[in-house]
Design a protein around this ligand. Structure first.
Ligand SMILES: [Zn+2]
Ligand SMILES: [Zn+2]
Length: 135
């Protein structure tokens, strides 16, 4: 099992499954919502993901049609996103994990949207849009 929490600690969650493939998203929305070059995301089954504290603190922002970004209303930490086109899946921002993750990032995606000041300095696959086989 994995545990995660936001910056202020008000929101805490548990994940009953091992995280899947870690992707680094360079899209504009992830850059803006994380204030960084990219977001480190992992898709998990919604049924394995449980908010155990601070559900009342969560706020949502629809960053594109049908896509909700869910964040802590106190500290602003991005907790997860969900898309009505991909029901049953939530995407966690793995920087919020408090337990060690064995997996390592496996690919970059939305690279066509990458910040011009950001240089990718690894040999992971880079996809201009979503990765193939996206859940
Ligand atoms: Zn918080
Ligand atoms: Zn993104």
């Amino acid at each position: 099992m994995h545990r995660g929490s936001c910056l202020c600690g008000g929101v805490r969650y548990e994940l009953d499954a091992a995280p899947g493939r870690i992707g680094l998203c360079h899209c504009r929305s992830c850059r803006k919502s994380n204030g960084s070059a990219y977001a480190a995301n992992v898709a998990v089954a919604e049924q394995d993901f449980h908010i155990v504290a601070g559900a009342e603190l969560l706020k949502e922002f629809e960053s594109s049609p049908g896509k909700q970004r869910v964040f802590c209303g106190t500290c602003g930490a991005p907790v997860y996103s969900r898309n009505e086109k991909r029901r049953g899946i939530v995407r966690l921002r793995i920087g919020l994990f408090d337990t060690p993750i064995q997996r390592r990032p496996e690919f970059h995606f939305m690279v066509a949207d990458k910040a011009e000041w950001d240089e990718i300095c690894d040999n992971l696959p880079q996809y201009p849009g979503f990765e193939p086989g996206r859940r």
